[in-house]
Design a protein around this ligand. Structure first.
Ligand code: ADP
Length: 292
């Protein structure tokens, strides 16, 4: 395939040696992209392909991976190259032979270490995507305003545009007015994975945890922990290890609902179905906390 030759040449330029793929393997498990393993000259790369309109998504993903790699905490694949060839956008990165791990302890420790990487402002230097939904990261000094404007209001407006009106919007609007009552702590802007469900973590050959497919920004570290709990939860040793390094602040249990509401609204916007009812249920639980 011409595209693969073009991409292999790009990879060769970046790594400073000739890379000629001799075999291509399809990798399953992704939700959005065509994923391939390119093998040749004892080297191996992981490649994502999509329509060329997705190039910004790939540039942002590459920058996010680079930011995580730079912390030298939890392992993430090093990005190699992004670009467009013919009708396709591509993102090439280090291939890591991923498997499931026997213990999540190191993942808890390493994630807490990554969260220690902070900056002054909430947000990020660029917007990215969560799934395929645009994720706005306008930088801001105040966490509560960041969350309200870039996360909750953004998804609610998108839901309205997608036709989800009525109770969701009425209760959602009311919830927006109670943001500061519900986010009643002052976190520091930690580097976040941003989309940390069980499908975005694995283990390398040496059993080191590896995170991938991030939606990076700087924010309350509790949002990452909350997401790990959204679809079944990680094992107890993960949370134990995380709390040994950096215990969660009091009030997390309520904020967790608030933070996961963002992902449920995003699922509503991406997939529809029962996520609307789930979102209204979460909004009602949060409003009940403040007497509404
Ligand atoms: P998508 O963006 O389409 O959701 P993912 O980034 O989740 O794709 O990747 C799809 C699958 O490929 C993952 O579930 C994981 O098993 C595997 N994978 C992801 N990144 C790498 C990598 N750098 N090296 C090897 N396998 C990877």
């Amino acid at each position: 395939m011409d595209e693969l030759n073009h991409i292999a040449n790009h990879i060769s330029l970046v790594i400073g040696e000739q890379f000629k793929p001799t075999s291509v393997r399809s990798i399953s498990g992704g939700c959005i992209n065509t994923c391939l393993q390119l093998l040749g000259n004892n080297r191996s790369f992981f490649l994502k392909l999509n329509d060329k309109s997705r190039i910004d998504m790939y540039n942002a993903e590459a920058e996010g991976l680079e930011t995580i790699v730079a912390t030298q905490t939890i392992r993430a694949p090093a990005p190699i190259a992004t670009g467009i060839c013919e009708s396709k956008a591509y993102l090439a990165m280090e291939f890591i032979d991923l498997r499931s791990g026997s213990t999540m302890r190191a993942a808890g420790t390493k994630l807490a270490e990554m969260h220690r990487a902070t900056q002054e402002l909430f947000g990020w230097v660029r917007d990215n995507t969560i799934g395929t939904t645009p994720q706005r990261n306008n930088q801001c000094e105040d966490w509560c305003s960041f969350w309200r404007d870039n996360r909750l209001s953004f998804q609610l407006r998108l839901a309205a545009r997608n036709g989800y009106r009525g109770t969701l919007q009425d209760r959602g609007e009311l919830l927006i007015t109670f943001c500061s009552a519900l986010i009643d702590h002052q976190p520091c802007p930690s580097l976040l994975h941003g989309d940390l469900w069980g499908g975005n973590i694995g283990f390398d050959r040496n059993n080191n945890p590896v995170i991938f497919d991030p939606a990076v920004y700087y924010g309350d570290r509790e949002t990452d922990i909350a997401m790990t709990e959204l679809f079944g939860g990680f094992s107890a040793d993960f949370y134990r290890a995380y709390n040994e390094i950096w215990p969660l602040d009091p009030g997390y249990r309520t904020r967790k609902i608030f933070y996961n509401l963002y992902h449920i609204l995003n699922h509503l916007n991406l997939f529809g179905g029962g996520y609307g009812t789930q979102a209204v249920g979460m909004i009602n639980r949060l409003l009940a906390e403040v007497g509404h």
